[in-house]
Design a protein around this ligand. Structure first.
Ligand code: PHE
Length: 465
């Protein structure tokens, strides 16, 4: 079976593919806007703690499961417990989460593609910052345009997954991730020259709590960590299953977490200074990256080149993440149902395409936009009107992924035998001494933290209005 399923070319190949899954819209689009909504500094500190203490141990657990079982999530969990064990619910959750997340992810990736088009055709030159803000607003409301790009992006994703991920992902990740880093550094240098840099830096790293709501913001930080690191839904179990059995789980996880976090922080340090320089409010919701960057590009001498380059890379970053989402759903039908890759990819991709339609229509005035907001106002609060898109975005990150991660932590900590776990952790690594720390985090800190954050968000401790 292992030979039929394929392997990564090398350890670097795995790291780049896993980092390709992790680094995506979550870092450049979602992290800055969630940070903005939750007031900055204090939120970022809690986020970093979530990555180090909750995300990293779960990433190791997922890659460990995949590498050990050499199978996609449902089969992996079955082979490490027993057929029909309740733990297999975790495998099913992965498949469902893949459908849900990719359905709205593709819409945002579509915005990114539209921005490639806009910047290639020089549509931002000569516009004022407000006018650039309006460009995003009108895209957001335009159902037809959203649908069009959603379909284009899904077709691309399906095209790559159908051809087999191995060569595609590994090959492209090798080129695109370093390129993304270089571009981010160039933009960072630009951001450092803006008047708003000091204010932006203070916003991201300063300890201030004006807009921080203890219950809601902590949940958002936890959810963002899961989303950004691709955790809690089997993506890294699936990718880990293409890894050789003697490869090191520990240091690869540390590297992937480190890269992902660096990109998120860089993105925030680029976007906020620019927003502050042109006097915009950091609370720009889903439009933040799509407003801030074009403003910067329209004012930079090299903007006409950097703009298209940046949005192309953002699209590719989204693509390498989307592939991992589609691969989870596809691998299930291949490994468990015996479908051919073509049939599995077309079916899952087609379903996700249809499931994404409501998200694509969410910014408009129809049912999924205005009516949905009105109907759900009693649940989410009048002033917090959420569209279908917003609900999927926050529900999947804040609830599905942390619950999935909690299950994976519990599975590895309590169900997998100590010998297999210890040997698995220590294989190929020089960091074997960390073993008991890892188990302790999975056994105690991860479940306690996730459960407390969730109960708190449900209002059990009543700290937040
Ligand atoms: N981590 C990806 C991002 O940051 C999104 C993702 C979530 C991918 C879950 C796979 C699984 O954009």
């Amino acid at each position: 079976m292992a030979s039929q399923r394929g392997n990564w070319g090398s350890r670097t190949g795995f790291i780049l593919a896993a980092a390709g899954s992790a680094v995506g819209l979550g870092n450049i689009w979602r992290f800055p806007y969630i940070t903005g909504e939750n007031g900055g500094g204090l939120f970022v500190m809690i986020y970093l703690a979530c990555v180090a203490l909750v995300g990293l141990p779960i990433m190791m657990a997922e890659i460990f499961i995949g590498r050990t079982a050499q199978n996609s999530p449902v089969g992996a969990i079955r082979s490490m417990s027993r057929p029909r064990s309740p733990w297999m619910g975790l495998g099913w959750l992965s498949v469902v989460a893949a459908f849900v997340i990719l359905s709205f992810y593709s819409v945002v990736a579509g915005w990114s593609m539209h921005y490639v088009w806009l910047s290639v055709t020089n549509s931002f030159t000569g516009l004022s910052p407000e006018q650039i803000g309006d460009v995003f607003g009108s895209l957001y409301r335009n159902a037809g345009l959203n649908l069009f790009w959603h379909v284009v992006f899904m077709v691309l994703t399906i095209g790559i997954v159908i051809a087999g991920v191995k060569r595609g992902i590994e090959f492209w990740s090798r080129i695109l991730l370093p390129a993304l880093f270089v571009l981010l550094l160039v933009l960072l240098v630009y951001a450092m020259t803006t008047d708003g840099f000091a204010a932006g830096f203070k916003f991201v790293f300063g300890f201030h709590a004006e807009k921080f709501h203890p219950a809601r913001s902590t949940l958002a930080a936890l959810g963002q960590a899961f989303f950004s690191l691709s955790l809690g839904m089997g993506a890294l179990i699936t990718y880990g299953s293409y890894m050789r059995r003697d490869e090191d789980v520990v240091s690869t996880s540390i590297i992937v977490c480190g890269l992902d976090t660096a990109v998120a922080l860089l993105a925030a340090l680029i976007l906020f200074p620019i927003l502050f320089t042109v006097g915009l409010d950091p609370d720009q919701s889903v439009g933040l990256a799509f407003v801030s960057l074009p403003i910067a590009f329209s004012q930079m001498p090299a903007g006409a080149l950097l703009g298209p380059a940046f949005f192309i890379l953002l699209t590719f970053a989204a693509l390498t993440s989307a592939i991992s989402l589609l691969e989870v759903a596809t691998a299930y039908f291949i490994d468990e149902r015996g479908w051919s890759r073509v049939k599995a990819t077309l079916t899952t991709g087609g379903c996700i395409l249809v499931l994404g339609i409501p998200s694509a229509l969410s910014g408009g005035a129809g049912f999924f936009g205005e009516r949905f907001k009105e109907m759900t106002a009693p649940v989410f609060g009048q002033n917090n009107g959420k569209t279908w898109f917003d609900v999927l975005d926050s529900f999947s990150s804040n609830w599905m992924l942390p619950l999935g991660g909690l299950g994976i932590a519990a599975f590895v900590a309590w169900r997998v035998g100590n010998d297999a776990r210890e040997q698995g952790f220590k294989t190929g690594t020089t960091l074997g001494a960390l073993y008991w720390g890892w188990v302790w985090l999975l056994r105690y800190l991860v479940p306690i933290a996730v459960v407390l954050v969730m109960l708190n968000a449900l209002g059990v401790f009543d700290t937040d209005g």
